[in-house]
Write a protein that binds this ligand. Structure first.
Ligand SMILES: Nc1ncnc2c1ncn2[C@@H]1O[C@H](COP(=O)(O)OP(=O)(O)OP(=O)(O)O)[C@@H](O)[C@H]1O
Ligand SMILES: [Mg+2]
Length: 255
């Protein structure tokens, strides 16, 4: 990739829906260990970018390079196996299982051979220990015996992250992780992200809420109408006249 600290490169990426250019020649890099926030007003192309990187959409043109491999056009499960783990905006853990078992299940995915066999195979001492460690990393250790369905939305999102981390990803991609959370739950969630950052996990976070993105990101990429209009530290981006105009022009309450 040229720069040895670059881990993912999005190069001249385009995604068109008919005549609409949802992504219009977007280029940026993700560096190892950083938290990159991707922000922009409604309709800017954030979700499209997320879905294109994860393989939900094939790009119209351009490249997505993970390490030294081109991954554009690969299927979502292939991209996950290459090391990009994602969370979903709508959380769907196995509701009836405990929090701990949900993570064990994610660890056991490779051995998966039918729903009822899975725990015979994967609930080993080693996997249980590893699952507990993952739960501590997202602040859920004390909730491990709860049923997943009884967790609050913010804690369900943490569980999603623990399950994503179980795949030992190169990059963790978060899709609006604070959407729908109260102010307090959002602050709480940001604390957890800051702790994950200390563990040098590379995070790409698509976030509509500017304050959240600014609070946890090392760098920010700003999209508007499918184009990258700014890139830099939160302080740089906050002062950028194009960014101010894009957010104010949309009369956006979260700007
Ligand atoms: N599957 C699709 N088919 C057609 N148009 C789409 C599709 N997905 C997104 N678009 C359009 O592409 C543009 C970018 O949408 P996208 O959902 O990526 O924006 P966003 O930045 O995630 O917005 P929001 O903050 O509202 O979630 C919008 O004009 C949207 O209507
Ligand atoms: Mg979106």
């Amino acid at each position: 990739m040229g720069n040895k600290n670059g881990i993912l490169e999005v190069r001249n990426l385009k995604k068109h829906f008919g005549g609409l250019k949802a992504l219009d020649d977007v280029t940026f890099k993700v560096m190892r260990g950083e938290t990159l926030g991707i922000i922009g007003p409604n309709g800017a192309g954030k979700t499209t970018l997320f879905n294109t990187v994860c393989g939900v959409y094939a790009p119209t043109a351009g490249g997505i390079i993970l390490g030294d491999k081109e991954i554009q056009g690969m299927k979502p499960h292939q991209i996950a196996r290459m090391g990009i783990a994602r969370t979903f905006q709508i959380v769907h853990p196995f509701r009836d299982m405990t929090v701990l078992d949900n993570v064990i299940m994610a660890l056991g995915r490779e051995n998966y051979c039918g729903f009822f066999n899975i725990f015979k195979i994967s609930r080993t001492r080693e996997n249980t220990g590893r699952a507990k460690e993952l739960l501590s990393r997202v602040g859920l250790m004390n909730y491990r015996h709860k049923k997943a369905e009884n967790l609050s939305l913010g804690y369900k999102r943490r569980l999603e992250i623990a399950r994503a981390l179980a795949l030992d990803p190169v990059i963790l991609m978060l899709d609006e992780p604070c959407a729908g959370l109260s102010y307090d739950a959002t602050q709480d969630f940001m604390e957890m992200i800051l702790q994950l950052k200390e563990q040098k996990i590379t995070i790409v976070m698509v976030e509509h809420n500017m304050a959240v993105a600014m609070g946890v990101s090392d760098r920010i990429v700003v999209l508007n109408y499918g184009k990258k209009i700014a890139e830099g530290s939160p302080d740089q981006v906050k002062k950028d006249p194009y960014v101010i105009e894009a957010y104010l022009g949309k009369d956006d309450e979260s700007a």
